[in-house]
Write a protein that binds this ligand. Structure first.
Ligand SMILES: Cc1ncc(COP(=O)(O)O)c(C=O)c1O
Length: 425
């Protein structure tokens, strides 16, 4: 068992060392080893059970030692996800010579496919509870994964959730439907307030959330506002903590794996702020490459700087993260080539990428590798799959012509039909 922060502990696999000894000694020691093994197995099972019952509980948070100078340090986290998330080798086609890509499966973090948002919400919702909130307000695009994740997390904590969702002028006065993230939001009973892109652009997300906050306060509610993408300095701790998780995972592996680079999608900036700061301060020292799916790199260097300053980190964002443009046609707009890439990667590796974030980031990464192979040759890269699978449902019409693998099963007329054999239920 390895615990260097009280928030999460990871189980170590016992290492079996073999030495030569006589058969009598071996059998006596064998009994000893068996009883030690059964005791440690019991301990492991008990520790696993302890972990299981920590789900949906509030726990004190102690930062990793290398982050203890940051301030403010959150006092608690709320356990919402299933951590550590797995890491495995990702056999992508056409990699430069000796380049290895590994995948960290934050898409498997739990909470109804909430991906990277779970880690931020563990800190943000602990704060909401500490402040005595009775409802949560947040804001994002019509298919925002963050809004859906917040709606689920709020309901887990028995809090109401108000979502301000941005849509087109044409659709703003209509029922938003049930596609993708909307289905989950509406199933868990989130209150949805639609706003047009034009209004959002003119008024801005901070004023919009404040308007709703004031309205709810007048009604006697105690709202807690989470900004776009959960990306503020408090949410940044989610991905600072991921670096501790990674350090521990690498220690428990064979100890030989070391990553030179971390690649991740960037949408609102909180994920890259936490990863790059943690990687810089901790033992990992991997270079973080952020593939931005909206805005431009300068915007993200400045935004990330704000988050780092909010933690009194004393570092320059440009020294710790490399932001690349992967926006393509625009936020949440895909070319057929990108969608075809998502399909090809799924067919080749079984890993389904979301089209808005990790799909564009992986596409951008492989494009950069094809254009600048020398930059990536021989490197070990950890790609973080940040989830977002429900966003794929918004793309079914555009994907339909790319996915043709079906046919009517051919059952020849001569095959005898027998009553009662083809039991259906
Ligand atoms: C699935 C998914 N991946 C990546 C991101 C980007 O993370 P961040 O907003 O922290 O930049 C988001 C949200 O914006 C997301 O929903």
């Amino acid at each position: 068992m390895l615990c260097n922060s009280s928030s999460r502990c990871y189980l170590l696999n016992p290492i079996n060392k073999t030495t030569s000894f006589s058969s009598q000694r071996r059998s006596r020691i064998g009994i000893g080893i068996r009883s030690i093994a059964s005791q440690s197995h019991k301990k492991i099972v008990m520790e696993k059970n302890d972990e299981a019952f920590k789900f949906l509980t509030k726990n004190p948070y102690i930062p990793p030692p290398w982050a203890s100078h940051l301030s403010p340090i959150p006092s608690h986290t709320f356990s919402l996800g299933h951590f550590p998330t797995p890491i495995h080798k990702w056999n992508l086609p056409n990699l430069p010579n000796n380049t290895e890509v590994w995948l960290k499966r934050d898409d498997l973090s739990g909470m109804q496919l909430s991906g990277n948002k779970v880690r931020k919400l563990e800190f943000l919702l602990a704060d909401a509870v500490a402040q005595g909130a009775d409802c949560i307000i947040t804001i994002g695009g019509i298919q925002s994964n963050h809004c859906r994740a917040t709606a689920v997390a709020a309901k887990y904590l028995n809090l109401d959730c108000y979502l301000i969702l941005r849509t087109s002028k044409v659709l703003v006065d209509q029922d938003p439907g049930l596609t993708g993230n909307l289905l989950v939001e509406r199933l868990v009973g989130a209150h949805i307030e639609l706003i047009s892109k034009e209004e959002y652009g003119k008024i801005g997300s901070v004023t919009l959330t404040n308007i709703l906050k004031e309205k709810l306060m007048k009604e006697g509610r105690r709202p807690y506002v989470i900004p776009v993408g959960g990306s503020n300095s408090l949410g940044t701790w989610g991905y600072i903590e991921t670096i501790t998780e990674l350090e521990q995972q690498l220690q428990t592996g064979n100890g030989k794996l070391k990553f030179d680079d971390i690649v991740v999608a960037c949408g609102s900036g909180g994920t890259i702020a936490g990863l790059s700061l943690g990687s810089w301060l901790g033992t990992l020292k991997a270079k973080v490459h952020a593939f931005a799916v909206c805005d431009d790199p300068d915007y993200f260097y400045d935004f990330t700087q704000g988050l780092l300053d909010g933690l009194n980190a004393g570092v320059n964002s440009r020294d710790i993260v490399n932001v690349l443009n992967a926006k393509g046609l625009g936020y949440a707009i895909n070319t057929s080539e990108e969608l075809n890439f998502v399909k090809e990667i799924a067919a080749a590796t079984g890993v389904v990428l979301d089209p808005v974030y990790s799909g564009k980031a992986a596409y951008g990464m492989l494009k950069d590798m094809a254009e600048n192979p020398k930059k990536w040759e021989g490197r070990k890269i950890l790609f973080i799959h940040t989830g977002g699978l429900l966003g794929l449902f918004d793309k079914v019409d555009q994907m339909a012509p790319l996915v043709k693998n079906w046919n009517r099963m051919d059952v020849h007329e001569s095959v005898p039909r027998q009553d009662g054999v083809g039991k259906m239920f």
